[in-house]
Design a protein around this ligand. Structure first.
Ligand SMILES: C[S@@+](CC[C@H](N)C(=O)[O-])C[C@H]1O[C@@H](n2cnc3c(N)ncnc32)[C@H](O)[C@@H]1O
Length: 382
């Protein structure tokens, strides 16, 4: 849905919108660091010796029509776009009259890139730089207790992937960063500090890398020679010990995926955000999640499978002793992109959409997070 369909005006515009946006995050056009707003030209002189000027590539929303249809957007409804990115989903939701959208992204360049849309939304879009695991608190801070829909499009955006300076891509040379947000250890820090055993676990669990031990050994040997600071250096180390199967993209693909997921605690975030959505959705409210690899899809599928049936108790006990389903599943099988979308946007190829409708049963008790290596423990050295 085109942004120019959204009513213009400044009524009720949140304080952070408008021309002061760049000032607020300390951005100056022309010569900025990584934290510059999207759309600015900037250099990465702080982290990459081979710094080059870059412009921001746009993200093409994946399964946007299907996501918004599944969300059942209705006039006047309140929605959370938990992964604002380039705002494709938010734009589509705002197309319905009187809707309100809280857009969340942990990447301040994505938030800054959306200020224009905030302005044009006439106060109906509020953008918040935060992690989506905090979505209940983000809504509460806006005076919102319950919402009509939560949509998440997890993973990285094209703006992140296609900027060498963000360090996500094995195809582009840049600093080995990979953080979606702007604090905490980078991938270079992890590669420098993690023990060989921790590196192997990270690569195996988050990258499903069959050669995890060989790659971890190669990284540890290489870092004794020189610090591994760039994406190219890491990709070359991996390519010496892993051969890509015919048709596979690059031997370092799984290593990069693993480090990215680990550095951003992506799977913990997803677990926490699904539970948070369960708490904030009103009865009849919809949850729609688009994911891009099997690790994410498994978490979403299991979450919905558990919440979609009653549990606990026994058939000898009254029904009230059982935990009632908190969701009604809307997608027995995941929705995937059609041929037209795949032709126009090859990045959509692994996308899967799952959706469910909140019942009026209470939210399930939050489950413990899986016991996989955590960033804090690994950086402390075990
Ligand atoms: C695939 S893009 C979303 C694209 C968006 N649907 C659009 O149409 O432009 C994913 C976005 O989610 C953000 N993101 C990923 N994990 C996050 C988290 N845990 N908390 C907040 N934002 C997150 C990323 O920074 C990125 O901008």
């Amino acid at each position: 849905m085109a942004a120019d369909h959204i009513p213009c005006g400044l009524n009720g515009l949140p304080a952070e919108a408008g021309a002061s946006a760049a000032d607020r995050i300390g951005a100056k056009p022309g010569f900025l660091q990584r934290d510059a707003p999207a759309g600015f030209q900037f250099f990465l002189a702080d982290t990459c010796a081979r710094a080059a000027p870059m412009s921001t590539p746009r993200h093409v929303p994946v399964l946007a029509r299907e996501a918004v249809e599944m969300l059942g957007v209705r006039d006047g409804g309140v929605y959370v776009d938990a992964t604002f990115g380039a705002g494709g989903y938010s734009r589509a939701i705002l197309h319905a009259p009187e809707t309100r959208v809280i857009g969340i992204d942990r990447d301040r360049t994505a938030i800054a890139g959306g200020f224009d849309l905030v302005e044009r939304s006439g106060g109906r879009l509020t953008l918040v730089e935060d992690k989506f695991s905090n979505l209940v608190e983000v809504c509460a801070a806006q005076g919102i207790d319950t919402v009509d829909g939560v949509v998440m499009d997890v993973g990285v955006s094209s703006m992140q992937l296609d900027q060498a300076g963000r360090g996500f891509s094995f195809r582009l040379d840049g600093p080995l960063d990979m953080r979606m947000g702007h604090e905490g250890p980078t991938a270079a820090d992890v590669v420098a500090k993690a023990s060989e055993a921790d590196l192997a676990s990270i690569l195996y669990i988050f990258g499903e890398e069959r050669h995890s031990r060989a790659v971890a050994r190669a990284i540890v040997a290489a870092r004794l020679e020189a610090p591994i600071m760039t994406t190219r250096a890491l990709a070359e180390i991996v390519a010496k010990v892993v051969w890509a199967k015919p048709g596979e993209i690059h031997p370092a693909r799984r290593t990069f995926q693993a480090l990215r997921i680990f550095v951003n605690a992506e799977l913990d975030e997803l677990h926490l955000a699904l539970s948070a959505a369960e708490r904030v959705l009103k009865p009849g409210g919809r949850l729609v999640v688009v994911s891009f690899h099997s690790l994410e899809d498994r978490i979403i599928k299991n979450f919905l499978a558990t919440r979609g049936k009653s549990s606990g108790g026994s058939r000898h006990l009254p029904e009230t002793a059982q935990i009632q389903p908190s969701f009604r599943i809307l997608t027995k099988r995941p929705v995937t992109p059609g041929e037209d979308e795949l032709r126009d946007n090859p990045r959509a190829r692994s996308a899967k959409l799952r959706a469910a409708e909140r019942t009026d049963a209470p939210a399930f008790p939050a489950a413990a997070l899986p016991a996989w290596p955590s960033l804090a423990t690994v950086m402390r050295g075990g």
